[in-house]
Design a protein around this ligand. Sequence first.
Ligand code: SF4
Ligand code: SF4
Ligand code: FES
Length: 374
Amino acid sequence: MAEFKLKIRRYDPESGAAPYWDEHTVDLEPHRSVLEGILQARNEKDGSIGVRCSCRAAICGSCGVRVNGKPGLACHTHLDDALASAGEDGVIEVEPMGNMPIIKDLIVDMDAVHWKKIQRVTPWLIGKEPVPEREYIVSRESMIDVTQSMACIQCGACVSDCLSMEVDPLFVGPAALAKTYRFVGDPRDAAHEQRLKDLSEDKHGIYDCTHCFKCIEACPKGVAPMNQIMRLRRIAGNDFHIKDRNNGERHEMAFVNNIEKNGILHEADLLPDSYGGKFHPRAVPELIASLPIVVTALLRRKMTPGKALLHPHKAPDGVKRIFEIVEGREERTEFNLYISGTDADNAPNAEVAEAIEATEPAAVAPDGTEGSSA
Ligand code: SF4
Ligand code: SF4
Ligand code: FES
């Protein structure tokens, strides 16, 4: 047995009182969970601590909290691990998850945010017609492919830390979009295109994610929601050729074309290319609107007129080679832990890795400064 200090964030919106921290010492074996620590404090010290749990085995998804600022499952976080990530005072901080309203203490309103978003994406299979007399036959690979998104236990940890959702609370969000891939990746579903069109045209849909990786770090089940979102984008853009009215697909392609042309990101081209090129009627109002930002960047010496107007970089041969390899493939290679195992097992990527290695020194700009690399 060892003593652990828990500092629990307490808040009861109905009381009208401000939130506060409440500290308790619990006595448990180090491999016991933070949830057991909270329950001991509640059972022995203060019965009013609000916490939600059920399975205590990382299955039901009800005990999502933030431990030392990071979201996760309280029942799946050992006290000794939590202590290792605690501050110098050795106190383990437990708070409610973010991006969702607090009902009481560590209990957040999942209905108001998480479940509402899950409902938004039609979270059930729309079966293909004609319905077979017996079961639909699906290849083993197809089912393995959706296993990663099926591993979700709806704990909301990814929603808690999603940076886009913090800025845009209407963003459909990582959990609901991972759920969408569960059906878009399923050959039995009849609504792939409708689902993708809907979430491409929605300005809070698949193009509202900013690739911050937070949901991948947060997920206790390895669902990697951001990867599922990127797969949705690739299927929407490359397979169904959906050009959304929010310009999401064009913006993404502008990055790809920019790197293919320059080897490193030439930001001055990014905005016009996202709108079809400098002289495209769609680009003109956007370029005019961005003038104050350009002036500020020039004044702060973040860019020079030469860098803004000219193209000091040309993609080195290694970058061109990477594009040739990837674009020359008959099938798109999707990295999926459930299928591929590790990068090293993923043979087609070995060729790309070799090309990247051969290219790395060229990612330094001619003036000696390092740019954003591919
Ligand atoms: S990667 Fe996208 S979905 Fe995931 S947390 Fe960041 S913004 Fe949200
Ligand atoms: S994707 Fe992961 S973090 Fe998000 S709700 Fe599902 S299990 Fe939880
Ligand atoms: S109590 Fe079920 S996941 Fe933690």
